[in-house]
Design a protein around this ligand. Structure first.
Ligand code: SF4
Ligand code: SF4
Length: 73
């Protein structure tokens, strides 16, 4: 089974405004103790909306880099 890659939320930057909670189309985010958290990781479809709309730049989507196979010459 492939590893699940999830958005990373910077707890230092997150102000708990709730915008990502309201706008996440998959309802994968909730506020916990004043900060956003991915509480339903299985529902996150990695759309990137939370990264785009966060006014604090607190969300980052890590990307898995897959190197193409080298081409034989
Ligand atoms: S939109 Fe950004 S600052 Fe607001 S709750 Fe979500 S992660 Fe935190
Ligand atoms: S990447 Fe998309 S589905 Fe996942 S938590 Fe962010 S807004 Fe929701």
């Amino acid at each position: 089974m492939a590893d699940i890659v999830l958005p990373i939320i910077d707890g230092e930057r997150c102000t708990g405004c709730g915008t990502c909670v309201d706008l996440c189309p998959a309802h994968a985010v909730e506020l916990r103790e004043g900060h956003a958290a991915i509480t339903r990781p299985e529902d996150c479809d990695y759309c990137g909306d939370c990264e785009d709309i966060c006014p604090e730049g607190a969300v980052a989507l890590p990307y898995e880099i897959i190197l193409a196979e080298s081409v034989e010459r």
